[in-house]
Design a protein around this ligand. Structure first.
Ligand SMILES: Nc1ncnc2c1ncn2[C@@H]1O[C@H](COP(=O)(O)OP(=O)(O)OP(=O)(O)O)[C@@H](O)[C@H]1O
Length: 198
């Protein structure tokens, strides 16, 4: 299989990025690889260093920024998150198509990176859109992982994400209403219309 361009999956928190990414990785074992991000947030029970995240201190993270380590990084709920260039290169060298799950700031940085003459990533961008704001809110609450302040913060950011997507920066927008349908559309986008008929 020829090496495919990296796929950047973005969308508001709660739109279903992780759900769709996980399904992609499980449906095609070995074909896709998610990058492991660096974060300054503390590991939650069950999370594994080097698998879920690379956990670093704020000082370490800031020094990595100065060393131009990250292809994108962002601050969220007081913590820093970033995708290092090296982890994307490592995954691609194993023959896997790299999948990046990022939010709006990450997309903007990746777009800027593309303008850089030395940029080699050349990713494609897909936006996962919730069917409506009300559905997004109910999914975020239904997930049961956020306190009220975090839900409100995510919803505020979601408005900006949706406005940004309106500007036409993504190669494809997928409305995640019915999960199976959204997944088929994602497959079609990734395989350029040659997805399996599942
Ligand atoms: N099509 C769908 N129909 C119903 N529920 C869905 C659908 N897609 C995702 N969900 C549910 O919505 C919630 C949010 O999904 P998910 O965690 O994948 O979002 P996310 O975009 O990755 O969020 P974050 O950026 O915060 O990680 C989850 O509980 C998930 O099971």
């Amino acid at each position: 299989m020829s090496q495919r361009r990296p796929v950047v999956i973005s969308g508001p928190s709660g739109s279903g990025k992780s759900t769709l990414c996980t399904r992609l990785l499980n449906t095609y074992p070995g074909a896709f690889a998610a990058t492991v991000s660096h974060t300054t947030r503390k590991a939650r029970p069950g999370e594994v260093e080097g698998v879920t995240y690379y956990y670093v201190s704020r000082e370490q993270f800031e020094s990595l920024i100065l060393k131009d380590t990250f292809v994108e990084f962002t601050k969220f709920n007081g913590n820093l998150y970033g995708t290092s260039k090296q982890t994307a290169i490592d995954q691609a060298s194993k023959g896997s198509t790299v999948v990046l799950d990022v939010e709006m700031e990450g997309v903007k940085q990746l777009k800027r990176e593309q303008l850089n003459a030395e940029s080699t990533m050349n990713p494609r961008f897909v936006f996962i859109k919730p069917p409506s704001f009300a559905v997004l809110e109910s999914r975020l609450r239904g997930r049961g992982t956020e306190d009220e302040a975090s839900v409100q913060n995510r919803l505020k950011r979601a408005r900006a994400e949706l406005e940004y997507a309106e500007t036409g920066v993504h190669d494809r927008i997928i409305v995640n209403e019915d999960l199976d349908k959204a997944f088929r559309e994602l497959e079609e986008f990734i395989f350029d219309g040659r997805a399996s008929e599942s």
